[in-house]
Design a protein around this ligand. Structure first.
Ligand code: G1P
Length: 289
């Protein structure tokens, strides 16, 4: 079965990059010429996603406006014949009827945020993309997973090796065996202490899940950090359904913290034809200091 819908939980407060996110959602911070969330939505659409469910909260309505038609702006650009900018603005819009916005109402955790999308997702497999993680890959990380899903079905989560002193910041899997990039698991745990972490393979914020996760999330109590954790419900789903990790090809930038955000800006500036030469000069000058 094909994955048609994706959930983007965008209710998080962005406390790690305050005060930058005091008045604008962290998902709208720019990376070169597009907000972080545009990269994530583009990744979803490249993987064939047709409908995006944004799980939002108070102070996040700018995200809804961002993906809407901006009539005044687009007519002005047309009148001034700024067709290149117009094309970029038009490309940022989501097609009419292809997005939904539901409110999480209380910051109870990622598991609770995903559960809030249950009615819009219904009874079909779906994707989850964490909106402050940009994954650079060709094809995109979710596309690689969707291709694997077409072959093996079940549930698939993206993983990426991280330095051992960083494992306690992530969900971490216990790998069992491997077939190419596809990994069978014996378990997973949210934010384990370094000493007891089952591996250094961290869950990176891209998921393909079966709808049975919603029933488990409904009953899921608070876990790490006092929050309802998606990882805990996935660990239970793994007891009854096929569940794989996928070590994708690409690089991960977590824009929810200062260094990850800076890394994302630099990586995209070095890639963008308008800024690449200048960014390279700056890097060389900085290295020579
Ligand atoms: C969330 C997930 C965690 C995952 C991480 C990736 O944690 O709960 O399993 O490894 O995203 O960025 P958070 O960063 O929201 O604390």
């Amino acid at each position: 079965m094909r994955i048609r819908k994706a959930v983007l939980p965008v209710a998080g407060l962005g406390t790690r990059v305050l005060p930058a996110t005091k008045a604008i959602p962290k998902e709208l911070l720019p990376v070169v010429d597009r907000p972080v969330i545009q990269y994530v939505v583009d990744e979803a659409r490249e993987a064939g996603i047709e409908h995006i469910v944004f799980v939002t909260g108070r102070g996040k309505s700018a995200i809804e406006d961002y993906f809407d038609h901006s009539y005044e702006l687009e007519s002005q650009l047309k009148a001034k014949n700024r067709l290149d900018i117009l094309a970029a603005v038009e490309a940022s819009r989501l097609p009419a009827g292809a997005s939904s916005f539901v409110r999480q109402q209380a910051p109870l955790g990622l598991g609770h945020a995903v559960w809030c999308a249950r009615d819009v997702i219904g009874n079909e497999p779906f994707a989850v993309l964490l909106p402050d993680v940009i994954v650079k890959g060709k094809p995109s990380s979710l596309k690689q997973m969707a291709d694997a899903f077409e072959k093996v079905g079940g549930n698939i989560i993206a993983v990426d090796p991280v330095p051992e002193d960083r494992v306690s910041s992530y969900g971490v899997i216990a790998p069992k065996s491997r077939d190419g990039r596809l990994i069978s698991m014996s378990g997973m745990v949210e934010k384990p202490p370094r000493e007891t972490a089952p591996s250094n393979l961290a869950i990176t914020g891209r998921y393909i899940l079966q709808p049975e996760i919603f029933g488990l999330l409904e009953k899921q109590g608070a876990g790490a950090g006092g929050e309802i954790q998606l990882t805990d419900a996935m660990a239970k789903l793994m007891e009854t359904q096929a569940f794989y990790a996928y070590e994708f090809e690409g690089s991960v930038h977590d824009c929810g913290n200062k260094t990850g955000y800076f890394e994302a800006v630099l990586a995209h500036a070095l890639d963008n034809p308008d800024t690449a030469a200048f960014a390279l000069e700056l890097v060389k000058a900085a290295a020579a200091r």
